[in-house]
Each structure stands twice: as C-alpha cells, then as structure tokens.
Design a protein around this ligand. Structure first.
Ligand code: S3P
Ligand code: PEP
Length: 430
C-alpha cells in the first residue's frame, strides 16, 4: 500500500515558471528522428516517463539516442529493425498509437503493450484504418485492446475519414503513409493538434494540410534541430489555479501557443480571466510565448464542438475551475475523455461530486453550477496523471481541507516536478 500524499497548499499563486517540454512534440521529435535520413538534435525534450517509453521504443527499433549536455541526439538506423522484445509503452497512448503506424511497415514481428491503464484503452481506431492500407495488425479482446501484434507489410495509400478528431490516429496514419505506395489522406471532423504535420513538412516530407484534411506522400524526413516549446497541458494546472484564486498572477515562460492547442486560453478569457501573451516567437515551426494569467471573478461558459480537441487534456482541470465560476459551465462533445488514462468524465464527476460540487454528468460531457467551495476528498488516481494534478488544484479551492491522493507516482508520466512547482508558486505554504 502506497503512502497517500496529502495536499494542504494554499493560494494565491504568484511567480513565473519555465514550462516543461511539450509531451506531444517530444514524442514526435524522438520518433521522427528515428525515421530520418540524418541525425537530429533535440533541446527542451520533456524528461518524463511517457517520453522515455518512446525513447526506449526507438532504441529497440535500431536508433541510437544519447545525451549531449542539455540536448538529446537521435541517430537513425539505415532502416528500422525488428525489435528483439515486446515494446512496453507504459502509460503512454501516444507512444503506442503512433508506433502502430510505423511498425505496420517494419519487416518482422512487433508486439506493443503497456500498463494496466493503457491495456484498457481502445486500439481498433488505429487498427481498422491501417488495415485498409494493407497493414497486418491484431489485438487482444477482438482487436479492441493492447497488446497489439504487428507484422510488417507492404502498405498502400488510402483516404481515411475519421469519425473522431484524434491526433494520435491521424499521426499513425500519416506515419504509415510515409512508407506506403501513393498518397495517404486523413480527414478529421475537426482539427486536432497538428504537431506531426508541422514537423514532417518542416523536414521536407511532401505533406499538404488544408484545414481538417491532410495528405502525405511517401518519403523519409530529414534530420534537424528541434527546440521543444513548453507544454500548455502542463502549464494548464497553474494557469487554471491562478485564474480562480483572487490575487494570483503567474507567468508560464516559453509555453507552446500552437492554435490547435490553445483552447484553454480562449476558455479562460471567456470566463473573464485576464490572459496576456508576451515575447511571442517561433522555433522548429511551433509558436511559443510567455503567458500570464491573473485571478479574478469568473463566469460559467460553454465548451463544445471544434473547441474540444483544442483543449482535450485540459478538461479535467477546467472542470475543477468551473466549480469556482458563477453560473453554469457546460461541456459537450467530449466523449473522448472516457477513453483516456481513466474515464476522465466519470472519475472527475465522482470526485467533484464528493467534494461538494454541483455537477451533472452526460454521456459526452457535464454541467457544473458554481461557485461552490470544495471540501477535502480521498482520491483514487487510477494511474491517471491528469486526475492527480487536477485534484491537487481542487485542494486550493477548499477552505483549507486537504485532498489526499492515493498515488502521486503517476504524475511522473508527464510532469515529474509538479508538486515542487505548486509549492513554489503557492509561496511554499503547505
Ligand atoms: O497526439 C498526441 O500527442 C495526443 C493526442 C491526444 O489524444 P487523441 O489523439 O486520442 O485525442 C491527447 O489527448 C494526448 O494527450 C496526446
Ligand atoms: C491522454 C494523454 O496522453 P496519452 O494518450 O499519450 O497517454 C494525456 O497526457 O492526457
């Protein structure tokens, strides 16, 4: 039995912080580096368990990944090789799904698995469209769940119309398209994060993106330099905490502000928070800025439609913030939350309800009526880092009561320094 972590911090939050590297871009920097025609040099890589899963996977496929001071160097093999063992993706859905697209074309047999959480997450969404390209994949429970077994095959391009917006599915298909004969087209119902498109196009791959439709032709990316911007999905916990706590002012330095990821900033503004961007710049095809959020009175808002893929991972902490806003916040079109590291709608719904929030759950979202003070709760984190961090933020909105987390190790998947940073921004008060 693990010792629970009891959160007793108090706001307001003040200060600036360097945001840890973007997880999505870090995965891609390693994986695309392994497919490249020359070495890549990555700075600002997120050092967290999910990214280390991709790191180990590309090594198993023949890439050499080494440290050079603060940089990570990826030396690609002449061609990817059959892995000698099962590839363990740990808790990382991005690693597993993107690798399906690559391994579909690697000669030999590969097996992808993960922890108990990842082995409950759906894979048919990548298996079915990859099969239409000639790929040979199968999975447990009638092709529903990992482990996934892949036999490398000759692939042909295809046009895919995705039923849900998913950057992981889109990326897996575009990666398979690099090895396929002819053109591969992916169309989404709404644009999801476009880091794959930016990085591949920036490295000379023949890729055209036109709104929610992306087309790619076969080819290998060139190597190159990637300076990974800070992850808005990690900064979100502090930006939301600051927005809801009067007297707060925090600045996230060097945060990625790719428009396919900044739904959170739009929502904070719509709720009445003051959000300002300074020092805007671009590197490796990705915009970044220093983003300041100040706390104040908030109002409820609506989150639905194409906004949802632009903030999908921020919804658990936005649910916490909604409990502090005056009026009703409605979240719709977010059924995807049910197939993340945990069923995030059910998990957050139950936790916030127990903490005293007025919350009604729908199949694809929820309605939250605020403001309500929260009370302390015991949290089962269910191997879900975003639940742990969201509930640590929830504690800041209690009247000093503690939130107890059964497991804090899960934050290492995306944000190993989370609790230390929370302490610092809260002035060290516990
Ligand atoms: O492509 C990516 O890097 C990611 C895509 C999203 O998942 P879906 O593609 O399942 O929406 C997101 O939730 C995940 O954290 C990272
Ligand atoms: C859903 C997430 O990641 P993944 O799908 O890569 O496990 C996340 O980080 O919130």
């Amino acid at each position: 039995m693990k010792t629970p972590l009891v959160c007793r911090r108090k706001g307001p939050l003040r200060g600036s912080f360097a945001v840890p590297g973007d997880k999505s871009i870090s995965h891609r920097a390693l994986l695309f580096g392994a497919l490249a025609t020359s070495p890549s040099r990555v700075t600002g890589l997120l050092e967290a368990e999910d990214v280390h899963s991709t790191w180990k996977a590309v090594e198993a496929l023949g890439a050499r990944v080494s440290r050079d001071g603060a940089a990570v160097v990826v030396e690609p093999p002449a061609a990817l090789v059959e892995p000698a063992d099962v590839i363990d993706c740990g808790n990382s859905g991005t690693s597993l799904r993107l690798l399906c697209g690559v391994l579909a074309a690697v000669p030999g047999l590969s097996v992808l698995t993960g922890d108990a959480s990842l082995r409950r997450r759906p894979v048919r969404r990548v298996l079915d469209p990859l099969r239409r390209m000639g790929a040979d994949l199968s999975a447990r429970d009638g092709d529903r769940l990992p482990p996934v077994v892949v036999k490398g095959a000759r692939l042909r391009g295809a046009t895919h119309v995705l039923p849900v917006a998913s950057a992981q599915v889109k990326s897996a298909l575009l990666l398979a398209g690099l090895f396929a004969e002819g053109e591969t087209v992916v169309e989404e119902p709404a644009p999801s994060r476009d880091h794959t498109e930016r990085m591949l196009a920036g490295r000379g791959v023949a890729l055209r993106a036109d709104g929610p439709r992306v087309a790619v032709r076969p080819g290998r990316p060139a190597g190159g330099e990637v300076d990974v911007p800070g992850d808005i999905s990690s900064a979100a916990f502090f930006l939301c905490a600051a927005a809801g706590l009067e007297g707060s002012r925090v600045t996230a330095l060097g945060m990625g502000v790719n428009p396919t990821r900044t739904g959170l900033l739009d929502v904070l503004r719509a709720m009445g928070a003051r959000v300002t961007l300074a020092n805007g710049r671009e590197s490796a095809g990705e915009p970044r800025a220093d983003v300041t959020v100040e706390g104040g009175a908030l109002a409820g808002t609506e989150i639905a439609g194409p906004l949802v893929p632009r903030l999908i991972d921020e919804l658990p902490v936005l649910m916490v913030l909604a409990t502090q806003a005056r009026g009703r916040t409605v979240i719709r079109d977010a059924k995807e939350l049910r197939v993340k590291e945990s069923d995030r709608l059910a998990t957050m719904g139950e936790l916030l309800h127990r903490a005293g929030a007025r919350i009604e759950l729908f199949d694809d979202g929820c309605a939250i009526e605020g403001p309500t003070p929260l009370s302390g709760v015991a949290v089962e984190t269910k191997l879900d880092h975003r639940i742990a961090m969201s509930m640590a933020v929830a504690q800041l909105f209690t009247r000093g009561e503690a939130v107890a987390l059964d497991d804090v190790g899960c934050v290492r998947t995306s944000f190993p320094g989370f609790f230390e940073l929370l302490d610092r921004l809260c002035g060290g008060e516990r």
